[in-house]
Design a binder for this molecule. Structure first.
Ligand code: B12
Ligand code: SF4
Length: 516
């Protein structure tokens, strides 16, 4: 089967002015699996090419695939433009079969199929095996679609059929990743460090933060062979001069020994590459004795989702962490020469201006290097969405459900006040004298270059977001609660909260959430 993998033309302020574009790893993983099964596969990355919807339609006519497969990492906010693109494709190539995958369509399959005739199939969950089985079924003169687990489609009577879940892939190492489908590595550059790629050591997370939609998507935490991932990094560096790697994992440090093996392999190879990883503060504290190895392996940035500087909020979202760990992790990373990025979420509670002032003071005390202030977003598949079901939404455009726009109303403060409170928080954090002074005092020229690169791009994102907000303040959003907007039939029951004090905060791993 001739397959065109399509990364839709979804471009955000953060990719345009901030971190840049990244390779579409999910599609490359699906592509590798399909190619190994004998299909003819190509990739069109409309995001990094900054193509228009019409450019994509023209490319589909030119390539003339049997099947177009699409999906984007920034799944929910990318949904509207993905649908516009599939509609344009349908207009010019009515016979092409369309397949849509990723996190958002996994959970909204029925709603999408009911309203979007341009979507023929949805692959729910991990794509490698299911996409292969779907194509095998489609090649059959009498396709037995109902037997393919993990898909959704319309039957000949137009009824939506959702087949049983496919379940998590057992051995992630069995699948090849089609990195060679990338035709121009120069389109993927990050942090001013040259060519960039994403790699994945593990999938899933054994934690259960209420607002996070990732743990349920991947099901159990599983990992690849850490040595093979190090091989992959070395190969991408040697063959394509990739110098910056983002580790896609939700929680790469879940098993200390696995992560340690990965780091030791990288340190031993002494490649001139830098890494970005998302790691829990509790694991940074746990790994205090390994942080020198982290640095030698090339880890340059660690994003820590601290989410709030209030202990009550951290407990309400079941983060299984605490403010002491967050502060300690910042200190340890600074001591090890690794840049920390603090993920802070606004809207998990209805903050007052006093709460913003307290957050600003606390974040300054933690002393991290960068702040990524985000807005709580009620993905319908999270317990958080049910918890905030009665709050109103202030943003009904899914394209803005990207963590950079306020979605849920705050009963105490209007959106314009929240926006400026967040911008002030960012400004005070990034321009605090102690931070600026330590940047100026940094003698290492490569670190100084990083400081400057980040400062410039943080300023650009700041200005672009402010400009965008001012242009858009007049738009009125009809009054609806989260529940009404998402169309919940009934609020989902709240999960039983485990009191944090009754658990071991630093190692709350449950064996049933980790694959053997
Ligand atoms: C690396 C990363 C980034 C990178 C690179 C993104 C990229 N272009 O690849 C950067 C830093 C640029 C980034 C930016 C953003 N990101 Co981001 N990012 C991630 C991260 C950490 C990993 C993504 C990844 O590569 N995963 C691994 C791959 C293999 O998984 P996957 O893409 O889901 O693909 C699998 C399946 O979903 C499925 N599949 C996917 N697509 C398709 C298509 C078909 C046809 C099929 C059959 C199957 C299929 O098969 C794949 C293999 O099993 C995730 C969190 C996470 N750990 O997953 C967040 C995440 C994807 N990001 C998210 C968001 C919202 C964003 C931003 C919008 C934030 C912002 N406002 O700037 C932007 C989008 C900008 C952009 N243009 O990409 C959210 C998406 C939320 C949602 N579910 O809707 C996530 C899940 C974070 C989170 N915890 O909520 N991100
Ligand atoms: S630790 Fe991170 S990935 Fe894991 S459930 Fe919490 S927010 Fe999600």
């Amino acid at each position: 089967v001739r397959v065109l993998l399509l990364n839709p033309p979804y471009v955000t302020i953060t990719s345009r002015w901030g971190v840049g574009h990244q390779i579409p790893l999910g599609l490359l993983m699906v592509g590798g699996s399909l190619r190994a099964a004998g299909h003819d596969v190509a990739l069109f990355d409309a995001e990094s090419r900054r193509s228009s919807v019409d450019d994509v339609a023209a490319e589909v006519v030119r390539f003339a695939p049997d099947v177009v497969m699409t999906g984007h990492a920034g799944s929910t906010p990318a949904h509207p433009v993905t649908m516009a693109t599939l509609r344009a494709i349908r207009r010019v190539s009515p016979d092409v079969t369309t397949v849509y995958g990723g996190v958002y369509p996994t959970y909204r399959a029925e709603a999408i199929l009911a309203t979007e005739p341009a979507v023929d199939f949805i692959v729910r969950g991990e794509g490698e095996e299911t996409a292969r089985k779907l194509l095998a079924a489609l090649e059959d003169p009498v396709p037995e679609l109902a037997a393919v687990r993990g898909i959704a489609y319309r039957d000949e009577l137009g009824r939506t059929v959702v087949t049983p879940d496919a379940g998590p892939i057992r051995s992630l190492d069995e699948y090849e990743i089609a990195f060679d489908l990338i035709d121009d590595w120069d389109r993927y550059r990050c942090f001013g460090l040259g060519r960039a790629a994403i790699v994945q050591l593990s999938r899933g997370c054994p934690h259960r933060c209420t607002y996070c939609g990732q743990w349920s998507f991947w099901n159990r935490w599983r990992h690849r062979d850490p040595i093979r991932v190090a091989d992959e990094i070395e190969r991408l560096h040697r063959e394509h001069d990739v110098r910056f790697f983002t580790i896609a994992d939700e929680n790469p440090t879940t098993l200390r020994e696995v992560f340690r093996t990965f780091l030791e392999e990288l340190a031993r190879r002494a490649l001139p590459v830098k890494l970005f990883a998302t790691i829990r503060a509790t694991d940074i504290v746990r790994d205090a004795d390994l942080l020198d190895l982290y640095r030698r392996a090339g880890i340059l940035y660690v994003l820590m989702g601290i989410e709030s500087t209030q202990q009550r909020t951290i407990e309400a979202i079941d983060k299984r962490s605490d403010t002491a760990h967050d502060e300690e992790a910042c200190r340890l990373l600074a001591r090890s020469g690794i840049f920390s990025i603090l993920g802070h979420i606004v809207g998990l509670e209805e903050e007052s201006l006093a709460d913003f002032r307290a957050a600003s003071r606390n974040l300054a005390r933690y002393g991290g290097d960068h702040l990524n202030a985000m807005y709580a977003t009620p993905h319908p598949w999270t317990p958080f969405a049910a918890e905030v079901g009665n709050r109103e939404i202030v943003e009904d455009d899914l394209a803005r459900w990207d963590y950079r726009h306020q979605v849920i109303a705050n009963g105490r403060l209007p959106p314009w006040q929240i926006f400026f409170a967040v911008k002030l928080l960012e400004l005070r954090f990034h321009l605090r004298p102690r931070r600026l002074l330590s940047m100026l005092r940094d003698r290492d020229p490569s670190r100084r270059r990083q400081h400057l690169w980040c400062l410039k791009h943080e300023a650009l994102v700041f200005l672009a977001e402010t400009f965008e907000f001012l242009r858009r303040t007049t738009r009125r959003v009809p009054r609806r609660t989260v529940r009404e907007f998402l169309g919940f039939a009934a609020p989902r029951p709240l999960r039983k909260q485990v009191p944090v004090a009754a658990t071991t905060r630093t190692s709350p791993l449950r064996p049933d959430r980790i694959a053997p």
